[in-house]
Design a protein around this ligand. Structure first.
Ligand code: DGL
Length: 270
């Protein structure tokens, strides 16, 4: 069981922010990263569509003798976490509840801002999750699809990215939030800009980081020593995925395999 891989899923390169945290904490683990790049972005799709797409990847993960799945995508967590937990024989962990819990513990004035995709925003999952930990907390939400696309393409340090982040923050700060949840796993790629733009006005919560920290509680002890590995699979073009992802995670050589679905299952290619 110990040496079995942990699957990490996102619509694209957003989940790398979660994987990177998990890899830093548990470098002895084996990870399989699945990116549904062909159907990116999930945030503009219906929850039913997102669910069907994610469950297809889940079927693939289940053929890989995994010991857990991290749904490193807030949108897929909103659409299908409970279904995936029902279908999968190993633990399936979403990013929303760990983020909501940390936000509730962090806020001093009970006013929490949540930036996310449009689908996550509409699903109401952050309102429910935050209310689960504190029903008096006020949630101020705003969808920021433009940041998702920028991050996916590696546009994370530019002036254009800064202006886009500023614009999203301007939609929630007038409502006096003291805590900002980066409720899409693409956003922590722009963490530096977020910290600079938020400044002293609020604390920033990265739900992926909270999820990574909680993993041993759900899966059991994890390996911190060296010897781990990461394999990447994308439903899109592997060369595009490798190029964009390498700019988001500079010190890691990313060589993804392509995954396509066939009538009897899936096909993998280098
Ligand atoms: N990174 C994803 C999330 O956390 C999805 C972004 C998208 O595909 O729109 O919601």
């Amino acid at each position: 069981m110990v040496n079995r891989p942990i699957a990490v899923f996102d619509s694209g390169a957003g989940g790398l922010t979660v994987l990177r945290r998990a890899w830093e904490l548990y470098p002895g683990e084996h990870f399989i990263y699945g990116a549904d790049s062909q159907h990116f972005p999930y945030g503009s799709r219906s929850l039913d569509e997102v669910k069907a797409l994610f469950l297809r990847f889940l079927d693939f993960f289940m053929t890989q003798d995994i010991k857990a799945v991290i749904v490193a995508c807030n949108t897929a967590t909103a659409a299908a976490l409970e279904t995936a937990q029902r279908l999968c024989p190993v633990p399936v962990i979403g990013v929303v509840y760990p983020g909501a819990e940390k936000a509730v513990k962090t806020t001093a004035n009970g006013r929490i801002g949540v930036l996310s995709t449009y689908a996550t925003y509409k699903s109401g999952i952050y309102r429910r999750a935050i209310a689960h930990y504190d029903h008096r907390a006020e949630v101020v939400q705003w969808p920021c699809p433009v940041l998702v696309t920028m991050a996916e393409l590696g546009n994370i340090e530019t002036y254009q990215a800064r202006l886009a982040v500023r614009e999203c923050l301007n939609m929630i700060f007038p409502q006096n939030v003291d805590t900002v949840v980066l409720g899409c796993t693409h956003f922590p790629h722009m963490e530096r800009i977020f910290y600079e733009e938020v400044g002293e006005r609020a604390r920033i919560i990265d739900p992926g980081y909270e999820t990574a920290k909680h993993l041993p509680e759900v899966i059991g002890p994890l390996l911190s020593g060296p010897g781990g590995s990461i394999q990447f699979y994308t439903s899109g073009n592997p060369r595009d995925f490798n190029r964009n992802s390498s700019s988001l995670w500079p010190n890691l050589a990313i060589a993804s395999k392509s995954i396509t679905w066939t009538p009897d299952g899936y096909e993998l290619r280098l």
